[in-house]
Each structure stands twice: as structure tokens, then as C-alpha cells.
Design a protein around this ligand. Sequence first.
Ligand code: PEP
Ligand code: MG
Length: 829
Amino acid sequence: MVGLVIVSHSQMLAQGVLELAEQMTRGSVVMEAAGGIDDPDNPIGTDPMKVMMAIESVAAQSEEGVLVIMDLGSALMSAETALDFLPDEVKEKVLLCSAPIVEGTMAAAVQASVGASLKEVSAEAGAALNVKIEQLAPITGETVQAAGPAQEEVLEGEEVSCDLLVINKMGLHARPAANLVAVAGKFQSTIQIRKDDKTASGKSINQVALLAVKNGETITVTATGPDAQQAIEGLKALHADNFGERDEDVAEVVMETEPCKVGGEGFVSGAPASTGYAVGPVYAHLATLPEVERIDVSDTDAEAERLDQAIATALADIQALQRETEKTAGKANAAIFEVHGLILGDKDMRDNAADLISAEKVNAEFAWFQVMDKMASDYRGLDDAYMQARAADVMDCGGRVLRVLTGEGEQAIRLERESIIVAHDLTPSDVAGMDPEKVLGIVTEIGGATSHAAILSRSMGIPAVIGTGECFQQVSDGKMIALDGFEGVVWTAPDQAKLDEISAKRDQWLADREEAKAKGAAPAKTVDGTEIMVMGNIGTPADAPRVLEYGAEGVGLFRTEFLFQDRDQEPDEQEQFEAYVEAAKAMNGNPVIIRTLDIGGDKPVKYLDTPVEENPFLGERGVRFCMARPELFRTQLRALLRAASEENIWIMFPMISGVEELEGVLAFQAEVREGLLSEGVKIADKIKTGIMIEVPSAVAEAEKLGAICDFFSIGTNDLTQYVMAADRGNKSVAKICDSLNPAVLRMVKMTCDAAKTTGIEVGMCGELAGNPKASALLLGLGLDELSMSGPSIPEVKEAIRAVSMDDCCALAEKALAAKSGDEVRDLLK
Ligand code: PEP
Ligand code: MG
């Protein structure tokens, strides 16, 4: 197979192009990115040695040769120089290609993946712009000048044809077209695709894409040659599989291909974390800098020492943040911290500040601020937009050092007017502490759809797009932007037409939401009369009235960690007691299930000294953390037992992994209760106590666990990640971390069966419970109660009202017999 080397001035650009091409060819082609220069101070440029090494490495793995695709200017020179350094036997296998870097690489990669020769791959890449030219012809009037790749010679032999109706939402756009070409390329026969009077070679990505086959159009596929019949069968199978495209992929494609059509210059995309639309001015939540005063000092050595320690602390924080972010949001999202580490590790900055301290006899804060400010303004003064953007990074990580020196924390978000908050990241308390009336939408650069900021924004009904990657370059305080939380798109420079369009969609969405709330009020009964409890998930007592508004019949999950996070010390017993009672009172006597502290894993709490662990999701988390800190746990259980004696509060323990552990936890609860009774505090005789089922071992032991507790609540977010061994916050394994995978559904069924055997109630409070498409399936699996964020309640109730239990059970049986999450999704359509 032919391999590719992508040469660019920017390592990020080369890497990005490579990732896109790998996605299209599913990693089947050997490719390397040779971008930028290995100089942290000056990373933009091209390096012939780097290019040479990449070519050598790809050539060693690619028998058919290597195609080198470059961006511009010195990239060409570097590639030519690299060729001069290569031994003759390698050089003769290498072709430099004049194709445009993005389109050319995509076309070349797909062509290479079907086993084409080096010349064919190069020709395909060279014609790559034709697709764009043809597509834009009605607007630009431009026509394709360059000769396309040669038409395939039609082989002798059997001819087999079939008609295929294309039902893909976006037609045969890049990805399904690439899949078609990949399958066609496996056969010796000539394959031609005809649409109306146009014919394309089925082995040419450009030609197939140029057919511009839309949703609802029919193509005729003709195979001629020795394996014609097999080729047609192969293509029919691909067609039956929606050309290898999943519904979820389409939203992504819309974002990839439509930035210009959708108005304005710029847009960014991320996880559609909370549905809804918003239009409004940006509130840029940059970590603000502490005030710095100039103070004269006499002991300059001590000041320099303070500075060194502050830099070391800030560096350690950044490294911890990077590790944490890698685990929860993937390596790509965490890469920004690597840049910050490099900036802070820069000896020049430290030495300049130390020189200033001794020359002017000033305090470390003042000296450091002068140096970082100058460094940031040097960046701003550069011509290159990429380099200018580094100024924000200098201020960001330099600000960390200032905060360590001054002991000042980060600043809370205070909105003067309705705004869309744009932040690098938001802590759960940032979100919880915001005035929801003023927050039109939320955009963050890092994080995923199940991050806690995302869960909170959903529960508050605030549209959110999470994990957009760098986006501060494109927005500034007060600038009008538009956001679509259904598709995960943020228009950073919308024109008036786009603003009007999204405003109209927002009005409609708000009106629909009001209507939905009205529907949410009635109970959720199936057509044959089975009533299912539909409850709300909350993070603070203030959320309780919000879920009630949507029709919640109680609280199925109160995540108490939000009361503990982002403060300097834990809430005491009385503060907790009051919070629990407040939530219960707001629910007017309906049950409120309060989960004991579930920290560790992705939920660190600074003042509790949460351990830095290799695998925090497999570490001291949930009850494991609390049992190891009896005083912390005792305080919470005292508050809970007192509150549950006054209100309809049930207590729930997270992360239970076995019988012995639960027995230990229950014994501790009994001891706390005895302690309260001995102090003369009245505690109710019976307080309902249950557990989360989110660890696979708890499913295996569910009957024994059900015998010693009062209810189960299935946490599908964690259960899925532990069953599938796929981190819930890591985008690259998001497809594997699928709650609809039959393996996860089987676990749900086993839990429900065990609950029935032991005569206890079983609910679900993970994200799957809020998916209305899954409601019938969940009823069929045996759930008595579903708990979710407020805005999901009305739709889930409507879905329940539309089905009968017999249908639900039949659906569940089919889903359990399915082979994949996708097959289950098809059943739910
Ligand atoms: C779950 O794991 O499904 C759950 C509800 O708990 P959390 O998302 O808070 O970990
Ligand atoms: Mg959980």
C-alpha cells in the first residue's frame, strides 16, 4: 500500500489533517505528520530532517511508495532537501505532490486505502479540488479545468448491476463515499456508479463525491469482471449498513462541511451537552488576575526563593490538571496544559523576574507580573495569528503563579446582563453558583457530555456546547455569538441572518419547553395502566423546585458532592442538614433520594486532599473514600439521619462493589445512629437505605445485596464505563462507552431481576434514564422508576404513555438478543 507524509509549517495542522484522513480510512494507511519545528519558542516552520525521518519511517512500512503532501513555501523546499538526503533506494519510491494539503491528503488516503499505485494516488490527490470547484460552480461560475484521474478501463467478464436508494441524511458525502470506494477497491472488477447521466469510477473518491448523490436519490452500480457478483454483494451489504454511517456521525458531518453556508465566518463545535438555542453577548470567563502591588523588599534572595516555589507549585498544578483532563476529556483536550507547562518552565521568564527582584529590590509578585505582561505583549505584537493567541496562554499560566504568590483564589462568575458564558472550563460550583436567569448558554473549551458541568447545565435547562477546543481566539467579551446545543455548534462571528435564525429557533424552543412542562405534570402510565415513577436528578437544593416544575415525582438522585466542591472546607453537619431538609421540603413530601458523597475519580475536592491516583476511577472513590475518612462520613450520615427523620428522605450509597463492603457501610450507619440516639436526638425507626448499582461486581451479587438493603438505583454512567472498560469522559472511546450496548442492558436486566426476587424497588439515575427513545426498553427490562435532569422529564413521560408493557417486554427481549449498541438503536427508532 502507498503511505503518506504530511508536511506543514504547523505541527497542529499536520496532525489535524492526519487525524481527519485516519478517520476516513479507519487507520488502514500508514501516515506521518511532519509539521513545525522542535523549538518551543518558535514552533512554526518546517524542518527537512523531520520530513526526511517521516519519509524513511513511512517508506519502511509502505511497499508501494510514499506520497508527500505539503502546505506552502518552505515546506516544498524542506521536502526537496529531505529527498536529497535520502538513500537512492528510498528516494525512487517517493513522489512529491502539488495537491492542496487538506483535500489532497483526504483523496490520497482513500485512494491509497484501496490499494492504488503511487501514480494513481498522486493523480487522485491532484484532482482533489475538482469536487469543491464543481460543488461551488453555481455560485462561483468556475468550472473544473484540471484533468481528473483517468477513467478506469472496463474489464472483460460478467456484468452485474443493481440500483441502490441512498437514504443517508447527507447523501453520499465524504465519509460514506470513502466507505463505498474502500469496499469497491477490494474487488478486481471494474465498478461504475451512475447517477442520471453522470458516471463515476467506484474506486475514485473524487469521482464518487462529484456525483453529489443526495438523500433520496438512486444510484446504479455496475460491476464488470471476474468477481462482479461478489463486488455487488459487498456493495449491497455496505448499503444495507447505511454506507457505514451512524446517525450520530451525521451531526458531526454537518459541522464539518457547512461552516460557510451557516452564516458568518467562524464557528467552533463541541459536544452537544445540553439542548437548546441561545443568542447573546459573550461573558468571557478568563481566570482574572489578582491585584499586584509594588513593594520594596530588602531580602531579595528570599523573594527569588518565593518566586521559584510559586512556579514549582503552579507547574505541579498544571501537571495534575493535565493528567486529570487526559483521563476525563482525552489527550487532545489536555494538550493545552503541555503548552502552559512549557511557558512556565521557560528559564528566561524566571531569570528576568529574578533579575528584576534584585535590581529594583521589589517583591516577587510585582516582578513576575512585569515579566509575564511584557512576554504576553511581545506575543501580541507578532504577525502570525497563531502566535498572537499564545498571549492568552502566558496570562493564564502566569496568573497561576501570581495566585500562588498572593494566595488569592479564582474569581466567581457575576453576570450583569444576560450572556453566553465562554470559559476554558467550568467547575461544578461555577455552574451551580450562576444565576440561571442570566445565563443564556455555556461554551467551554474542554470537557465532555457527561462531565459534571454538562450534567449541571442540563439540569438547569441551559443550552451548552462543551469541549470546543481553543475558542477564545475567536470571541471577546461582549461580542454577539449564537449557539446550538442540539448540534453542538457555536457561531463565533454570526451575521445578522444567522442571529435572526437562531433567535427564532430559541423562541420556538422556549415555547415547546413550556408546552412540555404542562405535559410533564400528569403521571406516566403505560396504555395498560402500569405507573412508572419519573423523578429528577439534582445537585443542590435550589435545583429541587426546577425539577418539580418539569413534573418530577420526587428526586431520584441528589448528588451531594456539589455541596462539598469548590470551597475551602467541608460543610458542617448543620449546613448539610439544612440543605437536605430544604430539598425535601421543596418536593412536597415526595421521596428524595440523597446519595452520600461520591468523590474521587473525576470529582476531586481540594481541601479533602483527594489522592492523586494512577487510575482514579478504579481507586478510592465513593464509599471507599468515605469509609477511609470516618469523621467526614459520620458528619454526613448524622445530617442525613436527622433530616430523614423529619422528611421523606432515602439514603443511598454510591460505588458499592460487594456484600462485605455494604455490610461494613450499614454497620457504620448503625453506629452513627446509636451515637445520635445516645445524645437524645430522635431518629426514625426505619429510614429507607439503598445503593447505586454501578460496579459490575454489584450486579453479580445483586440478590445478596438486595437482601440487605431497601432499593437499587442503577448508575448507567459508571456501570457502562466499568462494564465496557471505556472511560466515560474519553472521546476516543466514546463509541465503546455505549449504555445501549447489549452487555450493559444485560446487566440492567440482571439487576432488575434480582430486585424482583428480593422484593425491593429498582430505579435508574444514569443518563440513559433520561433518553425518551430508551424508555420503553427500560420498562421492558423491569425498572420501576427513572430519574433524570428536569428538562428530560416531560418527553420521557410522554414516551411511557405511548407504550404497553407487553410491547416493552418484547422490545427488551429483542434488544438483549442484539449484537451491538447500534442494532439496539435501530430497534428504538
Ligand atoms: C452514574 O454513574 O450513572 C451516576 C448517576 O453517578 P455519577 O454520574 O454521579 O457518577
Ligand atoms: Mg456514578
